[in-house]
Ligand binder design. Structure first.
Ligand code: PRT
Ligand code: MG
Length: 212
């Protein structure tokens, strides 16, 4: 049995065409069912539904043989012990620094002031500002980062942006593009050795279906 870990929402939705290309149809709709283990049209493949941030953990410890996770999640989790054979180019977005429209970010950086940055992505933010030589106090949040600059909790946020409409609705502007983000296929190293043929076949089928 091959177990594939996916998170509900955009990653699940964007993975369906790739699964279809590998001859796998998920037999239940996660939005309609409360089941966490979903059967597929292939008797040897099942899907487990986990939180997006838990996908690397499931795959690393063998709770799943493969999974799909955002590069953001992988960088925060740490990529040790995870084989990443493919950029699936799905759930694409970018990691950015954003501030209030009236905040002079360039001046703050130029003056070498300490900047308060609120984010869920503390590892990515720490690395980014350390590379730039900017002093930051990082404040860890678990959601609604956009609120932090509006309430005075922070000067800036590091968050994912796709259309930009969330920033716009909250009078925030992007001032730095940190990196492009997409989702990767991650594979448990031991599973790759033990079930080499079927897992290789899946990776190859996904690779052929990736839209450049
Ligand atoms: O939502 P939940 O708390 O359950 O978990 P999650 O946020 O970790 O999962 P999910 O499904 O929302 O995101 C899974 C993955 O999708 C992330 O790890 C990213 O790699 C990727 N992804 C792609 C995004 C976005 N686009 C995105 N726009 N993840 C989050 N967003 C959020 C962003 O944080 C911001 O709040 O959407 C908002 C901005 O969107 P725009 O379109 O207004 O710019
Ligand atoms: Mg989300």
């Amino acid at each position: 049995m091959i177990t594939l870990a996916l998170s509900k929402g955009r990653i699940f939705d964007d993975s369906l065409p790739l699964l279809a290309a590998a001859g796998i149809e998920v037999l239940e709709d996660p939005e309609k069912s409360r089941k966490l283990i979903l059967a597929t049209s292939r008797p040897d493949v099942r899907v487990v539904l986990v939180r997006a941030t838990d996908v690397p953990t499931y795959v690393q410890y063998g709770g799943a043989d493969l999974g799909v996770a955002g590069k953001d999640v992988l960088l925060e989790h740490g990529e040790q012990g995870l084989y990443q054979p493919l950029d699936l180019k799905i759930a694409r977005c970018r990691m950015s620094v954003a501030v209030r429209e009236d905040f002079d970010y360039a001046a703050a950086v130029r003056q070498g002031s300490r900047i308060r940055v609120a984010t869920k992505y503390t590892e990515i933010a720490r690395q980014h500002f350390s590379d730039k030589g900017v002093h930051v106090d990082l404040i860890k949040l678990y959601g609604s980062m956009e609120l932090a600059p509006l309430t005075g909790l922070a000067d800036a946020i590091v968050d994912l942006v796709s259309t930009g409409s969330t920033l716009k609705a909250n009078h925030l502007v992007e001032v730095e593009h940190i990196m492009d983000i997409s989702s990767r296929l991650v594979v448990n190293q031991a599973a790759l050795k033990l079930q080499r043929e079927p897992i290789r076949a899946l990776i190859d089928a996904f690779a052929r279906a990736v839209t450049p």
